[in-house]
Design a protein around this ligand. Sequence first.
Ligand SMILES: Cc1cc2nc3c(=O)[nH]c(=O)nc-3n(C[C@H](O)[C@H](O)[C@H](O)COP(=O)(O)OP(=O)(O)OC[C@H]3O[C@@H](n4cnc5c(N)ncnc54)[C@H](O)[C@@H]3O)c2cc1C
Length: 218
Amino acid sequence: MGVHIVEESKRCLMCKRAMCQLKGCPVQTPIPQVIELFRERKIDEAGEVLFANNPMSAVCSAVCNHMGQCEGACIQGKKGTPIHFSSIEHYISTTYLERHEFAPAPSCGKRVAVIGSGPAGITVAIKLAQAGCAVTVFEQRAEIGGVLEYGIPDFRLPRTLVQRYRKVMCDLGVRVRPSTTIGGALRIDDLLRDGYDAVFVGTGTWRAQTGHSGRDPR
Ligand SMILES: Cc1cc2nc3c(=O)[nH]c(=O)nc-3n(C[C@H](O)[C@H](O)[C@H](O)COP(=O)(O)OP(=O)(O)OC[C@H]3O[C@@H](n4cnc5c(N)ncnc54)[C@H](O)[C@@H]3O)c2cc1C
């Protein structure tokens, strides 16, 4: 569905207790604040708010279950059509990723290893790099993104967007080591021995559940 996002933003009632944010969004995206900034044409500021709250905002705007979350909780949807916030968010957050110049933060002296470059690993790497940590991401596959790269089809989530995050991390000073599995020749103990102060494990849930449903078969 194509929507005119400026007109769409004007339909927002700016609820004091915004259910889209409070009940609808698992990461509490400050939707009224973002819509207000967007209405004032403060696109960069709106993008900054979205990125600070959730660096994967551009991805979430494309692949979240919007009707089950923010748009499903929108008060306008009770009697009519909910605000199509995902389209507004997508425009703002992809524009922000294109325009904003990311740069390394002053060092805090800590080194962190991030295992896995799915949305969890990317988010942690970005947040820690912004806090001044020297971050290295270890990814067993050739490309970053996890399910974003290898599970969700391109027509739902363009690969160019996933690759954009590689540039963001690179600009923030994050080192990415693709095709490197942790748990084989290289283990978490080795990382700690190499001087990493902390290790984040964001390896996802790739092994399919097999066998019975977990209920007692008797
Ligand atoms: C087919 C499919 C479609 C989906 N569609 C949607 C959707 O439309 N909307 C939505 O909101 N959610 C969707 N999901 C769910 C969503 O993709 C996951 O919730 C999300 O990817 C989890 O992120 P993650 O970073 O925890 O793990 P993952 O995305 O799984 O990333 C984990 C990463 O760790 C790497 N890794 C694993 N083990 C190691 C190791 N030992 N050493 C180094 N690296 C390692 C993996 O290669 C991978 O890159 C979908 C999931 C699947 C499977």
